[in-house]
Design a protein around this ligand. Structure first.
Ligand code: MG
Length: 385
């Protein structure tokens, strides 16, 4: 397909409620989309970067800067080297270096090129990634299980937390991941366990603890928590391995897993029994597929972590979650649950499961009219020459 250029779309979306974590509170959700134009068609990707970034992820502004200032020329040169053809999705990641902002930019461009390629080939993303037939099938038992995320309530009250988790349970989600921090850990999880004896609960600490807190964290062992996620700093694989030996609750990693190599290192260290894989952070869907393969081979459970995506990014995550190594429910709740406006469709979860789209392409695309109505800003970069 002849490369024609690309568009960057920036839209300011509002969260229904602020999401509190140990590292700060998410209050708004600006989102950047990339639209690659080629051969008369187009493909869309969604950037995962959050407005303020995280301890290991760049802020959205930094990724936007790269996308606007560097990527158009880079993609143009890559196309020129191929006689004007769009580079295949399988090589897009190689056009970027390995800084966090580059990985995030690679992920969104790769998604857009993949969408374009799969539409031209008449193939679905599930087919392309190798999702098994029984998962791709519609009807009961098909699709992937969805989990939800609940932050630390603004008012710091247990009753508010229990009510918020109850709303997710009522929506059919069988797994809820809640945010914890020192001083907001054992009591809230005990209250949730009391209220929802059978719910799969995960606790996400966003690196708020130290190895010295092992005694405190061991109090979680009686509560049947599916995983204690990222208790320590991202770089501290040895500390996580140490904690794993002292706690019965399985240790999960999220911020530590920035590259496929980092996933392999964490496994080698024995630093986690559960991996939270984020395609946007790892450098794209194809890197995430390699990461899940490493986890599966090592017997480490894994799930796809969310970044408050719109329907496009979350649809891609749902499809990825159909791969065998992603054996735990991902953050795949309906974007309409947390976004006031969702400009890209998402398959409606049924009984806590998300059916996977069978249409050619990634399976969702933003509605340009809706984006314009929401005041989206568009920058277009035509192919030079
Ligand atoms: Mg996390």
């Amino acid at each position: 397909m002849r490369y024609d250029g690309l568009e960057l779309w920036w839209v300011d979306l509002a969260l229904r409620q602020p999401v509190g974590t140990s590292a700060g509170t998410h209050r708004a959700r600006p989102v950047v989309f990339v639209r690659v134009l080629a051969g008369g068609g187009d493909g869309w990707g969604e950037c995962g970067a959050l407005p303020d970034g995280t301890a290991v992820d760049p802020a959205l502004d930094a990724v936007w800067g790269l996308l606007a200032e560097v990527v158009p020329a880079r993609l143009g040169r890559a196309a020129a080297a191929r006689g004007g053809e769009v580079p295949p999705a399988s090589v897009v990641a190689h056009l970027f270096d390995t800084t966090p902002a580059n990985r995030m930019a690679a992920a969104v461009v790769e998604m857009a090129v993949l969408d374009l390629e799969l539409q031209a080939a008449g193939r679905s993303l599930a087919d392309h990634l190798g999702v098994p037939d029984q998962v791709r099938a519609g009807g009961p038992g098909g699709g992937v299980p969805a989990g939800a995320v609940v932050g630390i309530p603004d008012d710091g009250r247990l009753r508010t937390l229990v009510a918020a988790v109850g709303r997710q349970v009522d929506r059919g989600y069988g797994r809820v991941r809640v945010k914890i921090r020192p001083g907001w850990d054992v009591a809230p999880l005990a209250a949730l366990r009391d209220a929802f004896p059978d719910l799969v609960l995960q606790a996400d600490a966003n690196a708020a603890y130290r190895v010295d807190d092992a005694g405190r964290l061991a109090e979680l062992d009686d509560l049947g928590i599916g995983c204690l996620e990222q208790p320590l700093a991202a770089a501290d694989l040895a500390g996580h391995a140490d904690l794993a030996g002292r706690l019965a609750t399985p240790i999960g990693l999220d911020e530590s897993l920035t590259t496929v190599r980092a996933v392999a290192d964490a496994i080698r260290y024995g630093a986690c029994r559960v991996a939270c894989l984020k395609p946007a952070r790892l450098g794209g869907l194809l890197a995430a597929r390699r990461a899940q393969d490493r986890c599966r081979q090592a017997g480490v459970s894994a799930f796809v972590g969310g970044l408050f995506e719109t329907g496009l990014g979350r649809t891609a995550n749902a499809v990825l979650s159909g791969l065998p190594g992603l054996d735990l429910p991902g953050d795949l709740s309906d974007p309409s649950d947390y976004l006031v406006d969702n400009p890209a469709p998402y398959p409606r979860p049924v009984g806590g499961r998300v059916p996977l789209p069978a249409v050619p392409g990634v399976g969702s695309r933003p509605d340009r009219h809706a984006l314009s109505q929401l005041g989206a800003l568009v920058e277009r970069f035509d192919r030079a020459g």
